[in-house]
Structures are given as C-alpha cells and as structure tokens.
Design a protein around this ligand. Sequence first.
Ligand SMILES: [Zn+2]
Length: 232
Amino acid sequence: MSSAYRELKERAWTANHEIPKRGLAIYTFGNVSVLDADRGFIAIKPSGVPYEELEVGDMVVIDLEGKTVEGRLRPSSDTPTHLVLYRNFRGISGVVHTHSTYATGWAQARMPIPIYGTTHADHLAEDVPCTAVMSDEAVEHDYELATGNQILECFKNRDPLRTPMVLVAGHAPFTWGTTPEQAVYHAAVLEELARMAFVTWTLAPSAARLPGCLIRKHFERKHGKNAYYGQK
Ligand SMILES: [Zn+2]
C-alpha cells in the first residue's frame, strides 16, 4: 500500500492493537485515533471491525471537520467525540475510548473515582472526573458530538494535560495524551486505578482521600517542573 498517510495509519493500527492486548476491550469495543497535527488529519479505527481482523489499510483518515480523506470503510461511530477533543484540547495527539470493566463500572455508577492512594496521585492530582448525565435532547440531536461537549463542560475549569482522562456518565471512559502511545497508557492506568479504587471502596466505602500534601508530592515528583522520578 503506498499512501501519503501510511505512517499515520500504522501508528493508529499499532495503538488500536494495544487495546485488546492490555485487556481493555473485547470484540469491536473501543477505538483509538491518532492526530497528525501538522497536516490536521486523524487516523481512526473503522466502525465495527474486530481487532483481530483489523489491517493497517483499514484505518480511516479524516480531517478535523470529519470529512474522509482516505479510506474505504466508515470511521468509528465515536469519531465526532474524538474530533471535539482534538479541536479543544491543545497539545493532545491521541484519543482512546474503551469500555474497560472497572472504569466503566464507575461511569455507570456516575461516580468520579476517588483519589485514594499514591498510585492514583502518581498520574493525576484529583479524582478521575465523571461528566454530567446527558439530556434526552442531546442524545436525540447529535449523540456523539454531545458526548464530546459533555466532556468539554466537565473540563471547563480543568487542564486536560494534567487530567488526561474522564468517565462519561452512564457510558465509559475516554483518555488522551500528547502522543497516541501515552493516550493508550492512560487508558490502561485508568483501568488499574478504577480497579484499586473499587477494592478500597468495597472494603471501606467511607475511606478517606489521600491527604493533599501526599497528592502534591506524588504528582509533582513525576509531573512538576522539578520532577525527579525515573532516569531522565
Ligand atoms: Zn462507547
């Protein structure tokens, strides 16, 4: 296949394959998109194709208005949600949507995931936010676009680069990252945080959140301007 979008499609294909590999989806659940910021295109999984049948050439390339630039299949039905995030969250270049079990459990309970411990604080400095429930009108009008707008509303006073994940109430999570690989990493991390929090909440529903000084310590040593975690 010779295509001006080959590299973008390969990156999207690889990122999509990470989803079942990490146990984050079965069958056709979930999708990953990758942004080519210079050209203003994204490559995304086609709608309804199981991961094991997915080929690089199946990835659909679309512009940020949703027009197909290259591809013979229909893009994921969640594409309008991905596009809302790319148009509004500056600096992201990958978006992931899964129905991973524990994160979806919290989304269905319409509960933010409490920041109970340092594993959570290593990745974000607050509860994993949960959107409001969508109105009937928004569902009827343009559901996938409205899902994106629900997320924007939830991030009105948040920095999406500091909190790279959200639960859509009654639905499931979306995560993103400055690279597609990081967006997938956040999806896997979110599922693990959701699982740990579920155990904590089950053992002690009134368990306290981590104290602020520990949250700051753990978050800042990995993400602050004086970060010192790891080998960098
Ligand atoms: Zn979904």
